[in-house]
Write a protein that binds this ligand. Structure first.
Ligand code: 1PZ
Length: 214
């Protein structure tokens, strides 16, 4: 048997991490307006997001470049968390320097990581909605919806090529140490939990007029 906290169940760790973050974010709604939204720690967001990188290990070498990019961005957020405690203050930091949209900025990395979380959400939803052994359609639909509009042709071509080397549905479940039923439960738990997290991050960009489509 596997324990609830076991690292041999990465999908469970992801679901737990985002459920905790979602609970914290939803508890903010009970606060007064000026205390509200000021309270989500970069460290909490980065910590939860870091669990997602385990999924890349299930995808094979075709997505090594995506893994490196994602891990580097999460690492940037983890590192800066000791100097800039909250997600709000991260945006303020870059706004003061006029560096929000500059490549490598913390705010830009935050938006990219949020997009990764969204990609996983749409992918999991696709997996829940289908029974197909091949994951290619689910993966390419999620990519088309979340990332493709923001990626250059060479990146899109590399990702599309990688979709031909994906594990099958049952290979993925095996690598995650789950069966169809337990995986479905945990994917649904992630989908539900990540929703307020994504909305929160999008909200702090939108409330400053920064947009989220860049
Ligand atoms: C079965 C599941 C298959 C899912 C496969 C998921 C493939 C996602 C592919 C994304 C490729 C991204 C490659 C690198 C892109 C970079 O050019 C940009 C640069 O941003 P900049 O530095 O200019 O600000 N990076 C991104 O867009 C962030 C990419 C993060 C990818 C996270 C994906 C999480 C998916 C995990 C799926 C299991």
């Amino acid at each position: 048997g596997q324990t609830r906290e076991g690292s041999e169940r990465p999908l469970q760790q992801i679901a737990i991490a985002f459920s905790e973050l979602a609970t914290h974010i939803k508890s903010q709604h009970q606060l007064k307006h000026d205390e509200q939204e000021n309270n989500v720690l970069v460290a909490s967001f980065a910590g939860a997001s870091s669990h997602v990188s385990v999924l890349f290990g299930c995808l094979g070498i075709a997505f090594k470049f995506a893994e490196r990019d994602y891990v580097a961005k999460v690492h940037d957020l983890t590192k800066v968390a000791s100097n800039i405690p909250t997600l709000q203050s991260l945006l303020e930091f870059d706004l003061e320097r006029d560096s929000v949209k500059v490549r490598g900025s913390h705010s830009r990395n935050l938006l990219r990581v949020k997009r990764g979380l969204d990609m996983v959400r749409v992918l999991f939803q696709g997996i829940l909605n289908s029974n197909e052994e091949s994951l290619r359609d689910c993966a390419s639909q999620a990519y088309a919806e979340v990332f493709a509009p923001h990626h250059s042709f060479p990146i899109r071509a590399a990702v599309t090529a990688g979709f031909y080397a994906l594990p099958t549905r049952s290979q993925l479940m095996n690598k995650l140490n789950e069966d169809e039923i337990s995986a479905r439960e945990l994917m649904q738990e992630y989908i539900t939990a990540v929703d307020p997290v994504i909305n929160y991050v999008e909200g702090i960009f939108l409330s400053r007029g920064l947009g989220i489509d860049w």
